[in-house]
Design a protein around this ligand. Structure first.
Ligand SMILES: O=C(CO)COP(=O)(O)O
Length: 250
């Protein structure tokens, strides 16, 4: 049985007071779950979130990190810094990082190595854009992103990897991939990993779906065989919605 995960990517939302308030609401609304539950507030609120959730089953994770251990990289945050405040998991390769901050596959491969080096677990995001899907290129795009970002790793490192398929056209648009489209791509991802590694690596890796997951569609998407939970944007900012999505992952 694969681990199920429901993770909330808060993106650049919630100041310090709002973060504390949403966490209080999550503590009272998210029911104990068989899925792992994670939230990713902004960097400045991570330490406070870790302290507030000490002893809770909700894990606090980071939205990004730099590939270097330290040095002259003004405005950046290293994996060691994240570890030092109790963060064990980092999201890498989100489409917004790729699109707005120029993060390409080669840079992401360096970030993956850096995160593993400090013992972090990685939620690695990837997915095609609308024109790529329309052109029938989505499988090639996803295969390329996986290959360039992750396939240099040894099989033994895959225990630290969680995948998040997020078709760019479904992020923040209200347009969700249909459960069938999600399943089709997740099965393709598993097949691609089995070819590059073996069946045991591909069957063990948790693959999340992300893109306009809401309380109303979560259960159907999560019920698909190769969908092991979700990476949630907008709906993770409303405690009742996030709690309902966590419940849908049982
Ligand atoms: O980008 C996402 C999660 O990382 C998905 O965002 P939405 O759920 O707002 O579409």
């Amino acid at each position: 049985m694969r681990n199920k995960i429901v993770a909330g990517n808060w993106k650049m939302n919630k100041n310090s007071a709002e973060t504390a308030e949403l966490i209080d609401d999550l503590i009272s609304t998210v029911k104990p779950a068989s899925a792992e539950v994670m939230i990713a507030p902004t960097f400045v609120n991570l330490a406070a979130a870790v302290n507030k959730l000490d002893g809770s089953s909700i894990e606090v994770v980071a939205q990004n990190m730099h590939f270097a251990e330290s040095g002259a990289f003004t405005g950046e945050i290293s994996g060691d810094m994240l570890r030092s405040i109790g963060i064990q998991t980092v999201i890498l390769g989100h489409s917004e990082r790729r699109a707005y901050f120029g993060e390409d596959d080669a840079l992401l491969a360096k970030k993956v190595d850096a995160a593993l080096k400090v013992g972090m677990r990685i939620i690695f995001c990837f997915g095609e854009e609308l024109q790529e899907r329309k052109a029938g290129d989505h499988f090639n795009v996803v295969e390329r992103q996986l290959k360039n970002g992750l396939f240099h790793l040894n099989a033994s490192s895959w225990g630290q990897i969680v995948l998040a398929y997020e078709p760019v056209w479904a992020i923040g648009t209200g347009e969700t991939a249909s459960p069938e489209q999600a399943q089709e791509m997740h099965a393709f991802i598993r097949k691609t990993i089995a070819t590059a590694y073996d069946e045991s690596v591909s069957q063990k890796v948790t693959i999340l779906y992300g893109g306009s997951v809401k309380p109303g569609n979560a259960k159907e998407i999560f019920s698909k065989e190769d969908v092991d939970g979700g990476l949630i944007g907008g709906a993770s900012l409303v405690a009742a919605d996030f709690a309902a999505i966590v419940a849908a992952a049982q």
